[in-house]
Design a protein. Structure first.
Length: 320
C-alpha cells in the first residue's frame, strides 16, 4: 500500500536544508552524512512529484513549491515536536527547557536566583541557548521559550509579562555630587547614556517631566544594559534602566537614584513562547517559578492567589 505521507527523516532533512540552504549544514545539524540528506531530499521530491530546491553554484534555493511546502508543514512539525517533548518530559513532572535570555537580564536578575530554582524544581533542567531577539515566533528557533524586552506584542507568541516596567534614573554618587543633580532639569549638565535599541527612552522621560528634550538622543550609545550599568558605576554618565537590573548596585551604593522617584515604562521583560510550546509541563513549571520570583520581588504576597512556591520564597539578593 502506498504511504500517505513522507517519512520523518525526509521531512527533517527538508526542514533543516531549507533553514540553512545547504546540505552540508543540514547534515551537521542532524548528525548524518551529506549524502544521506541528499538521498532524503531526492526521495521526498520523487514522492511529491515536485522539485523543492534549485541547485545553484552559490548554494540551494527553494522553489515556489518548496517554499509553499515549507510553510504548510511547519505547524505539523512543531506540533509533533511539542507532543514528543511533552511525553518525554519525565512523565509530565519535569524535563528540560531551552531558554533564550537577554545577557543583562540573565546576569543581573535571573542567575542570582538559580539556586532557588534548583532547590524548588530539581526535576527541571534549564538550557541557556544563544540569545536571539525574535520578532516572529511562527518561524522555527533554537529555543523552546525566550525572555524578550519589548511591548509584549510578538506575532504568533504567547507573551506573559514578568518584570521590568519600573524604571530608574541612575548614576554614581560621585557624579551626582559633582554635577549637583537634584532635579530633572539638572541633566542638561550630564552625559546621557543611550541604549541604541531603546532610542526614545530619554526623550520620553524628559518630556514627561517638562524638560527640554532637544538633546535627549545625544550621548554614547550601548547595545546592552549591562554596559550602561557599568558605565554609570564608573561615573561616565547617567543611565535610564529597568530597576530590576540594578537592585544590587542600588543596595550596595555604587549607584544612586539622584531624583528619588521611579516611573513606569511601556517596555518590560516578557516570557514568550510559540503557542504549541506553552502546553508543555516543563514550560508551565518554569513560567510559574518566574512569576513567583517577580511577584515576590518586593517581599509581598503573590498576585492572583495561591502560588506553587510560596512555601519557599526566593533568597535575598546577593550582597555586593
Amino acid at each position: 500500500m502506498r504511504r500517505l505521507c513522507p517519512t520523518i527523516s525526509e521531512l527533517n532533512a527538508f526542514h533543516s536544508a531549507a533553514k540553512h540552504l545547504a546540505f552540508t549544514m543540514a547534515a551537521r545539524e542532524l548528525c548524518v552524512t551529506q549524502s544521506a540528506i541528499s538521498r532524503h531530499i531526492a526521495s521526498l521530491e520523487d514522492y511529491l512529484g515536485q522539485k523543492l530546491f534549485l541547485r545553484k553554484s552559490t548554494g540551494l534555493e527553494l522553489t515556489d513549491a518548496g517554499a509553499t511546502y515549507l510553510n504548510t508543514t511547519r505547524p505539523a512539525m512543531a506540533a509533533l515536536e511539542s507532543a514528543t517533548a511533552q511525553l518525554m518530559s519525565y512523565g509530565g513532572a519535569g524535563g528540560a527547557l531551552n531558554l533564550s535570555v537577554p545577557p543583562t537580564f540573565a546576569a543581573q536578575w535571573l542567575f542570582p536566583r538559580l539556586g532557588h530554582f534548583k532547590r524548588t524544581l530539581p526535576q527541571v533542567t534549564l538550557n541557556f541557548v544563544r540569545y536571539q531577539h525574535a520578532h516572529d515566533f511562527s518561524v522555527p528557533h533554537d529555543f523552546d521559550a525566550a525572555i524578550q524586552y519589548g511591548y509584549g506584542n510578538w506575532p504568533s507568541a504567547n507573551a506573559r509579562y514578568l518584570i521590568g516596567k519600573e524604571t530608574s534614573i541612575v548614576c554614581s554618587p560621585q557624579l551626582r555630587d559633582t554635577l549637583a543633580l537634584r532635579a530633572p532639569a539638572d541633566l542638561e549638565r550630564a552625559t546621557l547614556l543611550q541604549h541604541i535599541e531603546v532610542p526614545l527612552a530619554w526623550q520620553d522621560w524628559l518630556e514627561a517631566h517638562g524638560c527640554d528634550a532637544s538633546g535627549s538622543r545625544f550621548g554614547p550609545g550601548f547595545n546592552l544594559y549591562s554596559l550602561i550599568i557599568r558605565a554609570a558605576v564608573s561615573g561616565f554618565g547617567v543611565g535610564i534602566v529597568p530597576t530590576c537590573l540594578v537592585e544590587d548596585e542600588l543596595q550596595a551604593g555604587s549607584l544612586v537614584e539622584p531624583f528619588g522617584n521611579r516611573f513606569d515604562s511601556p517596555l518590560g521583560y516578557y516570557l514568550c513562547a510559540p503557542s504549541a510550546r506553552t502546553n508543555l509541563s516543563v514550560y508551565k513549571l518554569v513560567s510559574a517559578w518566574l512569576e513567583h520570583c517577580c511577584n515576590h520581588a518586593d517581599g509581598g504576597a503573590a498576585a492572583g492567589g495561591q502560588c506553587l512556591f510560596c512555601s519557599a520564597p526566593p533568597p535575598p539578593l546577593r550582597q555586593a
